[in-house]
Design a protein around this ligand. Structure first.
Ligand code: ADP
Ligand code: MG
Length: 687
């Protein structure tokens, strides 16, 4: 019995050789081909006349063969086949190179529909390497909308069209709709069969839109349902740790040098409730830069340790891990709590000692980088796993850390504020807490975009601030794709600034490739105010906290995305001083100008992330793949926001009615969900 799982090899016109190439496009079965959507379309419906032909343009002509084909052989290895054709407006030639057999294809008087690129040469209108339909056949290549497939592997678009055509012809009736009729009716969606036919070969724009709508809706619904079910799976797990109510926490909070903001209080209460329940916590804490996430982590870890468990906190860079380690130690220095730092650069001997102590339960809190998720790291009794700046970690890394304990509670911290709709997708498996308030007294970071002619004035201003006792960051242009170029530009800038502008000030250079000890030393010196200006690549982007630094100059600011600029700016404005962010850029591009304007106008991370989304689209912004979200084949979580909202609403409603999608009508959609997530997240079982 032939079904959608039939190997693509057995489809008419494929065979083993093409099947191999298709496999590299991830097309192995008939179904894969049905869901391999065109990248774009070429509208070949409108016919042009020969008179309209302009050099370099693509045209569709209806012509009559007006003479015998001629073959020229101007030199060895080259043959030119020319077929004269005409319409009411003029004469032209169809031209092929090294395809002499083409000559046999045409008879005088035959009518053709032709599509190809115009080349005007020697006063002739040529259509080079055209595709054509003979008029007595139904138009396949000309006279309709043609799908353009994403291609590699030496498969031509024409081959793909043929294969798609054959697959549709022979298998479309075997496709069963995974959406129950009521849903289709309620959301005015066409059948999957019509949608697939029209996404490959749309009759017109309206048909295409209907087809796309249907397929996008299905895709977003499946994605959202899957994520919600994963979350449900967690929260149904009753094997989590029940942490104690710890009275000491209140006392500890009272000893802090500041009062928690209401947002911090609320968020910590949410965490406490999670921690005290028997479900494993799986919570995301979102808070703009400087909103005070670290103390929330400290409170949670204190609670875990006081309940007799170990806690671990993972940060994306050594600088940040070190800084966390130091501030946690300082916060908790009145307690008899063992805290250790585990990063790549810890010498092996020392590392072994630490690992042993972690395993024996002699260390209560471990702070570190990726080094923490290595297999050699074993805990005695891990109760709480925190990742900071999660947008740098993938779902899998998070999972790896979690697996070091037995259903530990999980806390994820991020400074990337995300609109709710998207958070439901990107963090669909997490509960969300938002710190939507900054500590009191924070002044807006004054932000100015200037061009490089103003550099001298900018540096004078930096000097003035330093004379008043402040410190500054200067961030160097980021050179995509090459660490070594980044470092070169940073080094050059450092030399230039030390020798020219800031000869009497204390400068230091910081970049990602320096060894950890040097980095730490420089950061420590900067913190202790033994350095006035830190010249750096984006390694300072996340989390670094030096309240006395009140000015950040970003060179070539146009090379950074908005979210990144906002992160960088977040390095200042952390203390009581009025702070400044100067964006140097010479770009005239509209996007760059827009970004600079937004930065000048607002300090609000939510506004900025929405704008960034608008400008760049979500893929780049979040690196959705990194989040472990399956790739979307056709939908776009930003452009299709309206549909996403509808799909989210529906997903919630469906799960309310049938938590595990056990009823018959959801069987097919459930299969699709399992299929979609099977490679992505291994440890998930759908009951
Ligand atoms: P982020 O959310 O960017 O990680 P941090 O946790 O580093 O922010 O906090 C930024 C600074 O604000 C730190 O110096 C921290 O001690 C301080 N801070 C945190 N909470 C408060 C508060 N409620 N009042 C005053 N200062 C606070
Ligand atoms: Mg932080």
């Amino acid at each position: 019995m032939e079904n959608l799982n039939t190997s693509i090899q057995y489809v008419k016109g494929v065979g083993p050789k093409r099947a191999k190439k298709l496999k590299r496009l991830n097309i192995k079965t008939v179904e894969d081909m049905l869901y391999y959507f065109p990248r774009t379309y070429e509208d070949r419906r409108k016919l042009n006349s020969i008179k309209e032909c302009r050099n370099g343009e693509k045209v569709n002509l209806k012509v009559i063969v007006s003479g015998s084909p001629v073959i020229y052989r101007p030199r060895r290895g080259l043959s030119i086949t020319k077929v004269p054709v005409k319409d009411e407006t003029g004469l032209a030639f169809l031209v092929w190179f090294n395809q002499e057999y083409m000559a046999k294809n045409f008879k005088i008087g035959e009518i053709l529909r032709v599509n190809g690129k115009v080349k005007i040469a020697y006063n002739e209108i040529q259509i080079q390497n055209p595709v054509f339909d003979k008029n007595d056949r139904k138009g396949e290549k000309v006279g309709k909308i043609i799908p353009i497939y994403p291609l590699t592997e030496k498969l031509s678009n024409n081959e793909m069209i043929k294969i798609a055509n054959n697959v549709l012809k022979n298998y479309i009736d075997k496709v069963e709709d995974c959406l129950p009729d009521v849903i289709r009716k309620n959301f005015n969606l066409i059948s999957v069969n019509d949608a697939l036919k029209n996404i490959h070969f749309p009759k017109d724009r309206k048909c295409y839109i209907k087809a796309r709508q249907r397929l996008v809706f299905e895709e977003l619904l499946i994605l959202q349902l899957g994520l919600l079910m994963i979350k449900e799976n967690y929260s149904n797990n009753k094997n989590g740790i029940k942490f104690n109510k710890v009275d000491e926490i209140k006392k500890f909070i009272n000893t802090l040098p500041f009062e928690l903001t209401n947002a911090q209080k609320r968020v910590f209460k949410e965490i406490e409730q999670d921690m005290e329940s028997d479900k494993p916590m799986n919570r995301l804490v979102q808070g703009d830069v400087g909103s005070g996430k670290t103390i929330i982590a400290v409170l949670s870890m204190l609670k875990a340790v006081m309940s007799g468990y170990q806690a671990v906190m993972m940060a994306p860079t050594e600088i940040l891990a070190t800084q966390h380690y130091e501030s946690i130690k300082e916060f908790l220095n009145n307690y008899n709590i063992e805290i250790e730092l585990l990063v790549g650069s810890v010498p092996d001997k020392r590392k072994k000692e630490i690992l042993k102590k972690i395993k024996e339960g002699k260390i209560d809190i471990v702070v570190g980088t990726h080094a923490l998720i290595q297999d050699t790291v074993e805990f005695d009794k891990l109760g709480l796993a925190i990742t900071d700046e999660q947008h740098r970690f993938g779902v899998r890394q998070r999972a790896k850390l979690t697996q070091k304990g037995l259903n530990p509670d999980v806390l994820v911290m991020t400074a990337t504020p995300i609109p709710r709709t998207l958070a439901l997708i990107l963090y669909g498996d997490l509960d969300i807490s938002i710190i939507d308030e900054l500590p009191p007294g924070r002044k807006k970071v004054e932000t100015y975009a200037v061009n490089s002619k103003m550099k001298k004035r900018v540096y004078d201003f930096v000097k003035k601030q330093i004379k008043e006792g402040r410190q500054a960051y200067i961030v160097c242009p980021l050179v995509e794709e090459s660490d070594s170029l980044d470092i070169k530009s940073a080094t050059e800038l450092y030399e230039e600034l030390s020798n020219e502008y800031f000869t009497d000030l204390r400068l230091a250079l910081l970049h990602g490739k320096m060894n950890a000890k040097d980095k730490d030393e420089i950061m420590a010196k900067f913190k202790n105010h033994e350095i006035d200006i830190l010249i750096s690549t984006t390694v300072i982007e996340v989390g670094v906290n030096v309240p006395n630094a009140n000015i950040i100059v970003i060179e070539n600011a146009e090379r950074f995305g908005l979210a990144q600029l906002h992160q960088l700016r977040g390095r200042v404005g952390r203390g009581k001083y009025q702070s400044y962010c100067i964006l140097i850029n010479d770009s005239n591009s509209k996007v760059a100008r827009e970004r600079m304007k937004i930065m000048e106008r607002t300090n609000n991370g939510f506004v900025i992330s929405e704008k960034d989304l608008e400008i760049r689209g979500p893929g780049e912004f979040f690196g959705t793949r990194q989040h472990g979200i399956p790739d979307l084949k056709i939908g776009n979580i930003f452009r299709d926001m309206d549909m996403l909202k509808q799909a989210q609403k529906l997903a919630l409603k469906i799960l309310e009615e049938d938590r595990h999608l056990q009823s018959e009508k959801y069987k097919k959609i459930k299969n699709k969900i399992i299929n979609l997530f099977k490679d992505k997240i291994k440890d998930i079982s759908f009951n």
